[in-house]
Design a protein around this ligand. Structure first.
Ligand SMILES: Nc1ncnc2c1ncn2[C@@H]1O[C@H](COP(=O)(O)OP(=O)(O)O)[C@@H](O)[C@H]1O
Ligand SMILES: [Mg+2]
Length: 282
């Protein structure tokens, strides 16, 4: 699992300096929450980690983001493999206009994964998730003897990993757009996972969900952190307190405080963090 080190990161849109010299480490195998008032630069920081930020107009980035020691802003860096390694889950789910099944198969297909490679991908998943019912053995045996069996199995594994399988297993060919928003967000998670990322960036992934669906996503994150480095932007302190191990507080583009979530979210050192968690600033 990769460790991310952010060094002197500055981001501006035109003349507007949005992130001001951020230096912080993001531990691997944990959930790091980025918190702070609206407009303080949370999404900008998150999208800087896999260079999605460059899709914005007039954006300028200075400084370094090191993933396992390699600077993602190195001129030689391979952006496609970076974005594959560092997956992104957006605020609102946006399923592809195709079936539930094809939404999951899409990524592996465009990366040319088939046949034996699919089985290898499944075996890797099983190794990483030994305690999860990601891929029951009986399914595995039948999948090997059916046409398209490997892809069927891969789709099943990722739907299980995202906690959606039981709800959709009887209607895999249905358009994904017919799922509830909460289910669509778990589908988006399954799709993100299907291209084998090592880091998951999530930008307020539960903000458009009802509380029950939000909890389901939170539960999946807590399970997934064993095998992925997770960075979560959240605007709800309660969510951060429930699931974050580590926290970063941003205010007007500056990093005010960071550290173990229990400290930053419950007993911070800085006056601004205190003001934020007590609700004085929002
Ligand atoms: N594409 C853009 N062009 C210009 N300004 C932007 C752009 N995206 C965000 N901003 C500005 O940058 C600041 C930080 O935005 P953002 O990172 O989205 O904050 P947050 O996610 O914390 O709400 C805000 O003032 C916002 O208006
Ligand atoms: Mg945002």
């Amino acid at each position: 699992m990769p460790h991310i080190s952010i060094r002197n990161l500055k981001v501006s849109y035109g003349a507007h300096n949005v992130l001001k010299d951020i230096t912080v480490d993001i531990p691997d195998g944990q959930i790091t929450a980025i918190i702070g008032p609206s407009g303080c630069g949370k999404t900008t920081l998150l999208k800087s980690l896999n260079r999605l930020i460059e899709l914005q107009e007039e954006v300028k980035v200075n400084g370094k983001v090191l993933i396992d020691g390699d600077n993602v802003y190195d001129p030689q860096a391979d952006i496609l493999s970076l974005r594959k390694k560092v997956g992104f889950l957006s605020q609102k789910p946006c399923p592809l206009p195709m079936s539930i099944y094809d939404n999951i198969a899409f990524g592996p297909r465009i990366h040319g994964v088939k046949g034996k490679q699919i089985l290898e991908q499944i075996e890797e998943l099983e190794k990483h998730c030994p305690n999860n019912e990601v891929c029951p053995a009986n399914t595995r045996n039948t999948a090997r003897t059916h046409k398209n069996g490997e892809m069927d199995l891969l789709v099943e594994c990722y739907l299980r990993l995202a906690g959606l399988w039981d709800e959709v297993k009887d209607r895999l060919r249905m358009p994904a757009s017919k799922l509830s928003v909460g289910q669509q967000q778990r589908l988006a998670l399954a799709r993100t996972l299907s291209v084998k990322p090592e880091v998951i960036l999530a930008d307020e992934p539960t903000s458009s969900l009802d509380p029950v669906s939000a909890r389901l996503i939170e539960e999946q994150f807590q399970m997934l952190k064993q095998n992925y480095t997770i960075v979560l932007v959240t605007h709800t302190l309660r969510q951060a307190r429930r699931i974050a191990d580590h926290a970063i507080f941003l205010y007007l583009g500056e990093m005010i405080e960071q550290g173990p979530a229990s400290k930053v979210l419950c007993a911070p050192c800085e006056a601004k963090t205190c003001a934020y968690i007590s609700g004085e600033i929002s």
